[in-house]
Design a protein around this ligand. Structure first.
Ligand SMILES: *Cc1c(COP(=O)(O)O)cnc(C)c1O
Length: 393
């Protein structure tokens, strides 16, 4: 059994491309070209050079001594927080903008919720001198002012989505409408392993540099490529997909996915999709999503903006239902505690998304000889206001 995508764009029963007819040519152009273009030597050279000199890769694989001592096991942190712009998202936006250029696209659109993907997209558009339009719900624009300012400073146009609940879902609808109206000159950069095929596979491939590096770095440090477990938080699932990628079909490596329980899985304020979700269609793919009995998507909740998403990518839906992945949900409270703890044990302030992944050590014992790699998806600078308010710092 393979846990990677099949030729038809499915992970088990999940994935595919459930899109309006008018979007078909755009998605089909991508599907036909993404593997061909990204496997060309000139593409790989340009991608690798930018990852090295612009993003700052390889990111370190750091043995967290004091954290390991506390939990009586061996924990390595993969330092995606040290990437330019402060998280893993830029690995994907670099890949997609290089692909867009090779497809002759002159304009980039994106949607963003918390603004992190919008910033990563605006960054690479500035780098390449390409026009950038980011759709964002009107409510999110008010809530995420610093990221809106960053995008504007980088030269992007931020367009408010004024319909519906004026949040991420509505921004996505606006972006899709734009793409339908601009099929030839525009590329739509999706920010996680979600959306119609080939997006989940394409984004996972761009992020797979994370596990490629883990294998090389662990080999040097421990004499083996395989940890016993690889752990990552899951919003849409792109940092997790990148951290798991080269281990997916290797049963020696345990895969642990950490979701946001919010105020508690059964409080009605949660984003724990694996527990609460059922199969359905969201953003053009079949996956697990949180919905009412009549199929309306339910509003997710998490203290962390990046995990506040009602679905997961199809790879993760398959990892869950097949039993290949172990899924753990972590409350706001436990994540916040873990964020403070890592700060004070290791001098690293993590993003609140990442804090969820770190919180599992309080919930789940590991053996003293286990090697566990936690993907440190991002740094906590963007979350300082939330930490300040929560802990009255
Ligand atoms: C956006 C974000 C996430 C969640 O997105 P995934 O696609 O699930 O990786 C996690 N951590 C950080 C720091 C983020 O910015």
């Amino acid at each position: 059994m393979s846990y990677n995508v099949n030729d038809n764009g499915y992970y088990g029963e999940f994935g595919g491309a459930y899109i309006p007819e008018m979007l078909y040519p755009n998605v089909e152009e991508l599907r036909k070209n993404y593997l061909k273009i990204t496997s060309e030597d000139s593409f790989k050279r340009e991608f690798d050079a930018l990852l090295q000199d612009y993003v700052g890769r390889p990111t370190p694989l750091y043995f967290a001594q004091r954290f390991s001592e506390k939990y009586k096991t061996r924990v390595y942190l993969k330092r995606e927080d040290l990437c330019h712009t402060g998280a893993h998202k830029v690995n994907n936006t670099i890949g997609q903008i290089l692909l867009a250029r090779r497809l002759g696209k002159k304009r980039i659109i994106a949607e963003t919720g918390a603004g992190q993907h919008g910033v990563a997209t605006a960054t690479v558009c500035a780098l390449m001198g390409i026009e950038c339009v980011v759709y964002m719900g009107e409510i999110d624009i008010k809530r995420q002012a610093p990221n809106v300012a960053r995008m504007k400073m980088l030269g992007a146009t931020v367009v408010p989505a004024l319909s519906g609940s004026r949040t991420l879902k509505d921004a996505t609808n606006e972006a899709i409408r734009d793409w339908i109206n601009n099929p030839t000159d525009t590329h739509y950069i999706i920010g996680s392993v979600v959306g119609p095929h080939p997006y989940p596979d394409m984004v996972a491939r761009f992020q797979s540099v994370i596990s490629e590096e883990i294998m090389q770095q662990l080999k040097l440090k421990e004499g083996r490529e395989n940890p016993d477990y690889v752990v990552a938080c899951v919003g849409g699932g792109s940092n997790a997909a990148g951290a798991y990628y080269h281990y997916l079909d290797n049963p020696e490596v345990g895969i642990i996915a950490v979701e946001a329980a919010g105020k508690g899985v059964h409080t009605g304020e949660s984003a724990a999709t694996s527990v609460l979700g059922k199969a359905g269609i969201i953003h053009g793919s079949k996956t697990l999503l949180m919905q009412t009995t009549d199929g309306q998507i339910t509003e997710p909740y998490s203290i962390s903006a990046g995990l506040d998403y009602p679905g997961v990518g199809p790879m993760h839906a398959h990892l869950y239902t097949s039993g290949r992945g172990e899924f753990i949900s972590i409350t706001d409270e436990d994540a916040m505690k873990a964020g403070i703890e890592l700060s004070q044990l290791e001098g690293i302030i993590p993003a609140i998304e990442t804090s969820h992944a770190l919180a599992i050590f309080e919930k789940r014992p590991f053996n003293p000889e286990d090697i566990i790699v936690v993907n440190l998806s991002g740094r906590g600078d963007k979350d300082l206001d939330t930490y300040i308010e929560y802990f009255k710092l």
